[in-house]
Design a protein around this ligand. Structure first.
Ligand SMILES: Nc1nc2c(c(=O)[nH]1)N[C@H]1C(S)=C(S)[C@@H](COP(=O)(O)OP(=O)(O)OC[C@H]3O[C@@H](n4cnc5c(=O)[nH]c(N)nc54)[C@H](O)[C@@H]3O)O[C@H]1N2
Ligand SMILES: Nc1nc2c(c(=O)[nH]1)N[C@H]1C(S)=C(S)[C@@H](COP(=O)(O)OP(=O)(O)OC[C@H]3O[C@@H](n4cnc5c(=O)[nH]c(N)nc54)[C@H](O)[C@@H]3O)O[C@H]1N2
Ligand code: SF4
Ligand SMILES: [Mo]
Length: 716
């Protein structure tokens, strides 16, 4: 460093008058990297820097999103007061007025249209305490059956696959510490390098130790570049590809017969089913050459240890849950589960994607992964909540199905916390029009998101810097986010907002909490004896032990690092295999003369989900200021599309305009568009509303589209 630079930094350091440090965790992905915000008072202003903090999961690392997260939190458009829509304009009101307005309208709607006319839409970006409370709020304060959350669009396929095969759903069956020591890794439809960047060193170490990595993705990504073998699959055909792998594994006998005999069900049926398919047929369906399928199967089969990871690329299809189950078939038939350095990971998405799916935000679920349809479960939770068993409403419907019920006029009011469905739901125009039909919509957010714009009341929530609570990360590790930055303006925590509304509705006695820890202590009891048992976890322990992996049934229990060592979680202790057709959903959208290309969607490193937060961060927005379509040059030329030019993409549902990026590394029959942008760049205007019948996941990763150069359209 030059003298001049050194002098500059020395002077800069002297300018710092004081420094405060605030602990927190990143508000974005499931790595939940622990970090500290440094607030430095300099002579004339405050300066903010975010640094990583050591912990067992991210080991002190941060990616660019974490480092810049404070930029959206301090953005001047951050909501600081409740807003009420009057004559089409939002005006500032007091909390009293906002709460009174909510009370009057919630009461009116339920009196006019019935208790179930009011719905709750939650999120996996809120804490465990808030997710738990939201479920209780719907059932006890509003007495509605309709509650579901954005995790339905995220983890539902993986969750139902794991529940069906293993009998329990925890995203990763092991801790990350085992990844470096496994010998073969399958990464199916996951782009960890951009979506969970701080996880990468675990995989890089595995590679250094000689592991063989197989990636399955229609595009080359920063993740597939790490792989030894990249299977460039046709979108939506993972179920067939897994059949191909399984067929080779069975025919060439890479099976663990003892494991199958003692711990697995339905192996014979699967074997029998596969005898009627052949690799050429699978090559034809998936676009992956037969030799590559054989090579992948042999590598995985021959190694002593192996792990399979899936993410939304496999899961976000109308047959996503059964496709995941077929990857689990591979794992259990080779006995690569429940042992050291062997296991499954459905890479969790949102910060609390794991915890928020365990404690009652799902339409059919009660805390601790209990079922709302099981009489014993209902009775137990009723006793914790101090209500009668029969007062707890029945099962509701999934997130998108609630939108359909709004459209049909069955649901007329909604309480929306921490989600932006106008951008994130499939068939976005349908969703927007449906939400506009509501008599009353309350949105709780940090900003006036595209959905909050449609609300009658917007309530300002606290951010990751301010809101303390627990988050369950990618490993299934419950962590304590110790946030203590003062709330700006009149902002309240999500849990406080829930309690306040319950209070004005006359249900305050059930929501008498004065801290997140208070709520957690009730959650512990509510989860006790359930599959996701948190009873043994306390805030004190979380501080001392740097997080605990559930299940943790009592205070002496260390937590569960590796699942299924002696038994799976079905009553008979066995894993359940299932025969999967090559085309599980024959009605899946097909290419046609009019719509000749596959569209798949996903993410880029710098942006997060619908972009409401990251588009407000200058450092992140600068990386990608607008959306784009990744397209192969051969395809682009066929349709007269130049590099970096505007393209209109059209499906049966609608059209968007985005800029082209030529890429030699994507399949020629496929284009890719990220979903972080709204309005005319909202790719969900194109996506179909068909759902996976088992888990109700939309098919975000497959639509049939056509592309046109915008210049040509103007020239016409
Ligand atoms: N930077 C960033 N990180 C994030 C997020 C974010 O928005 N931005 N979101 C977080 C959340 S909530 C989630 S759920 C996760 C998502 O994490 P991922 O699931 O890893 O992310 P995606 O980009 O949606 O999809 C992963 C890959 O699937 C591929 N793919 C598309 N179609 C198919 C297919 O049919 N089969 C196969 N095998 N692959 C296919 C895509 O090309 C893409 O590279 O990321 C989390 N982390
Ligand atoms: N085409 C396509 N669509 C997809 C996907 C895809 O891959 N392709 N992926 C799907 C997936 S995996 C997901 S997870 C969904 C997510 O989609 P959404 O549920 O819409 O998620 P976000 O964009 O994070 O919206 C969160 C909103 O809550 C606000 N917010 C942030 N933190 C807080 C908080 O602490 N409290 C409150 N009250 N508000 C807060 C933010 O400002 C933002 O407006 O999108 C799905 N949609
Ligand atoms: S986005 Fe994910 S990997 Fe990046 S800092 Fe945040 S939690 Fe860590
Ligand atoms: Mo997600």
């Amino acid at each position: 460093m030059t003298e001049l630079l050194l002098k500059y930094f020395r002077t800069k350091q002297q300018e710092v008058k004081s420094e405060k440090r605030y602990d927190t965790q990143c508000p974005f992905c499931s790595m939940q990297c622990k970090m500290q915000l440094l607030e430095q008072s300099i002579v004339t202003r405050k300066k903010y820097v975010t640094i990583g903090k050591n912990n067992p999961t991210s080991e002190g690392r941060l990616c660019m999103k974490g480092m810049n997260a404070h930029q959206h939190s301090f953005h001047n458009e951050r909501l600081k007061y409740p807003l009420l829509k009057r004559n089409g304009e939002f005006v500032r009101v007091s909390w009293e007025e906002a709460l009174e307005h909510i009370k009057v309208n919630f009461t009116r709607i339920q009196a006019e249209d019935g208790l179930n006319a009011l719905a709750v839409y939650g999120s996996a970006s809120i804490t465990n305490e808030e997710a738990y409370l939201l479920g209780k709020f719907a059932r006890v304060a509003l007495k509605t059956r309709y509650i579901d959350y954005n995790g339905r669009l995220c983890m539902s396929a993986a969750a139902s696959a794991a529940s069906q095969t293993f009998g329990i759903d925890r995203g990763f069956t092991n801790s990350l510490q085992e990844i470096p020591f496994t010998r073969c890794i399958i990464l199916a439809g996951t782009n960890i390098a951009e979506c969970q960047p701080t996880i990468m060193p675990y995989f890089e170490k595995a590679k250094e130790n000689g592991a063989y990595i197989i990636a399955i993705d229609p595009r080359e990504t920063a993740t597939t570049k790490m792989a030894d073998l990249h299977l460039k699959i046709k979108p939506g055909t993972d179920a067939a590809l897994a059949n191909g792998l399984l067929k080779v594994i069975i025919e060439e006998n890479y099976l663990d017969h003892t494991f199958i005999n003692e711990r697995v069900k339905n192996f014979k049926e699967v074997k029998q089913h596969l005898s009627s398919t052949n690799l050429l047929e699978i090559e034809e369906i998936t676009g992956v050459p037969k030799e590559q399928i054989q090579k992948a199967a042999r590598k995985f089969g021959k190694e002593e240890t192996g792990m399979i990871f899936t993410a939304r690329g496999v899961e976000q299809h109308t047959d996503g849950s059964i496709a995941v189950r077929n990857f689990l078939n591979i794992l259990v038939s080779t006995g690569k589960i429940g042992k050291q350095n062997c296991g499954f990971g459905a890479i969790t998405g949102q910060g609390n994607g794991q915890g928020a799916r365990e404690h009652g935000q799902k339409a059919d679920q009660l805390p601790g992964y209990r079922s709302i349809e099981n009489e014993e479960h209902r009775a137990y939770i009723a006793s914790v909540w101090g209500v009668e068993k029969d007062e707890i409403p029945g099962k509701g419907v999934s997130a998108f199905e609630m939108m359909e019920k709004i459209n049909d006029g069955e649901i007329t009011g909604m309480f929306l916390m921490c989600s932006n469905p106008v951008v994130s739901n499939p068939n976005a125009l349908f969703v927007k029009k449906a939400l506009q039909k509501l008599k009353f919509l309350v949105a709780v957010d940090l900003f006036v998101s595209e959905t909050a714009k449609l609300a009658d009341v917007i309530l300002p929530a606290s951010s990751y810097l301010e809101d303390e609570g627990t988050m369950t990360n990618v490993e299934g590790r419950v962590t304590l986010r110790e946030a203590s930055y003062p709330c700006p303006g009149e902002v309240k925590h999500d849990w406080q907002i829930i309690c306040e509304i319950a209070r004005v509705l006359g249900k305050g006695d059930y929501f008498n909490f004065s801290s997140a820890e208070d709520i957690f202590n009730e959650l512990r009891v509510a989860s006790r004896g359930g599959k996701a048992d948190y009873y043994g976890i306390t805030y004190d322990r979380l501080r001392k032990e740097e997080g605990i992996l559930w299940p943790c049934p009592d205070l002496e229990h260390k937590g569960t690092t590796r699942l299924f060592e002696t038994s799976f979680s079905h009553p008979d202790g066995r894993a359940e295999m299932v025969a999967v057709p090559n085309r599980p959903d024959p009605a899946k959208e097909q290419l046609s003369v009019e719509y000749p290309l596959y569209l798949t969607t996903g993410r880029v490193m710098a942006h997060y989900l619908t972009g409401v937060q990251t588009r407000k961060s200058p450092a992140l927005a600068a990386r990608n200021v607008e959306s784009f379509v990744e397209i192969h040059p051969v395809t682009a030329k066929k349709y007269g599309i130049e590099d970096r030019s505007l393209v209109r993409i059209e499906s049966k549902r609608g059209s968007i305009v985005v800029r082209s990026i030529w890429s030699e590394t994507i399949r020629q029959d496929t284009v890719f568009v990220p979903f972080h942008w709204a309005d005319t760049q909202n790719v969900n205007l194109l996506v179909s509303q068909d759902l996976d019948p088992i888990c109700k996941m939309p098919g975000f990763k497959l639509s049939a589209v056509k592309v046109n150069s915008v210049m040509d359209l103007y020239a016409q």
